[in-house]
Write a protein that binds this ligand. Structure first.
Ligand code: DAH
Length: 342
């Protein structure tokens, strides 16, 4: 028996060019019809061929069957979905029109940075807690070893609140001048050993390129047995390198804070401003030290058993160095040309 040669490609072309469901059904019938379908017959007749021919043709026919039925299915789906032109004329809608670029909001760079602070300190085992922005005089000052006449109070130009606290003590209230009162809250509510950080907003009567009446800090505290300045330096250096720059240039220098003894400050090389006057200036970014025994005692922690360190980072200043931002006030102006860079 001789075999007919089939031009399968021409069927594929007809399917692709077909513009209506009826024509498609006709082609399908021509190929796959139960009695007279070309492929149906071809496949039926394969059995009568010589073994060698049979193998060759079976491969060809099965391949044609698979490809053509897939093409028919695909075409059926395309014909069933409304065309662009149809949509355009029926709904007056032009679906080919290009969409404006999708504007997606994102976190402001400060809360985003605080997330990375929590992540970096989280890896070092630090817990996170926040405290209120309106604080009592006791927590903001007294319990931190800053009694009423202490000169350190002047260094933090305080916003006092007219209203007194509603509790029996009739305490004076302040907008907290630093995040340090959250250390006290943490020590009052936890038993050592512990390590934690306390991010948040703080307020001072101060405004220029490196100061703002509201800014952000994160405080840190680690209390345990045999904790030394060396541990503190290791944590400070890790934080600075991870959060600002692996090659950050910084220096430790002694500093005075009533709630630590000894106290240290860390400065970083300021690179945010190209103007000559600021070139090479050092900017203080963190105060730290070993927690003063009086502070531990104020929180009912025995300083003969427990020691540790505390630190307070200025968030905007860290970011000014990291991103070379010359003026701290840019953080709060809500200018999208600035904010969209981050
Ligand atoms: N509270 C200080 C400030 O706002 C910063 C600070 C210094 C915090 C030393 C600390 C510390 O915990 O040990 O200027």
């Amino acid at each position: 028996m001789t075999t007919t040669t089939h031009d399968w490609l021409s069927y594929a072309r007809r399917i692709a060019a077909c513009g209506s469901a009826d024509t498609l059904a006709a082609i399908e019938h021509e190929l796959f019809g139960r009695k007279a379908g070309i492929l149906t017959i071809a496949l039926k007749e394969v059995g009568a061929l010589s073994p060698e021919e049979r193998r060759k043709k079976a491969v060809e026919f099965n391949e044609a069957k698979r490809t053509l039925s897939e093409a028919i299915e695909l075409k059926r789906k395309t014909l069933a979905s409304p065309s662009e032109d149809k949509l355009k004329s029926e709904d007056g809608m032009d679906i080919s029109m290009e969409l404006p670029p999708l504007e997606q909001g994102h976190l402001h760079l400060i809360p985003e940075f605080i997330r990375s602070v929590e992540e970096v300190f989280g890896r070092m085992g630090f817990d996170v807690m926040t405290g209120p922005e309106i604080e009592s005089e006791d927590l903001n000052f007294n319990l931190l070893n800053i009694p009423p006449e202490h000169p350190a109070r002047d260094a933090q130009d305080t916003f006092w609140i007219d209203q007194k606290a509603k509790n029996s003590s009739n305490e004076k209230l302040v907008l907290r001048t630093h995040t340090s009162p959250v250390q006290i809250r943490y020590m009052q509510s936890h038993t050592p050993p512990f390590r934690a950080i306390f991010p948040g907003k703080v307020y001072r009567k101060d405004a220029d390129a490196t100061h703002s009446p509201m800014f952000h800090q994160f405080e840190g505290l680690m209390i345990g047995k045999n904790i030394t300045l060396a541990n503190m330096k290791a944590v400070m250096i890790t934080a600075i390198r991870e959060l600002i720059d692996q090659k950050a240039e910084f220096r430790f220098r002694t500093g005075y804070f009533p709630f630590v003894e000894p106290g240290l400050e860390v400065d970083m090389r300021w690179q945010g401003d190209e103007s000559e006057s600021r070139e090479g200036k050092w900017l203080e970014i963190v105060g730290c030290g070993l927690v003063h025994p009086n502070v531990l005692k104020n929180c009912k922690i025995d300083p003969d058993l427990w020691q540790g360190f505390a630190f307070g980072f200025g968030i905007e200043r860290m970011m000014m160095i990291k991103h070379r931002i010359p003026d701290l006030r840019s953080f709060y102006e809500g200018d999208l040309r600035f904010l969209n860079q981050f």
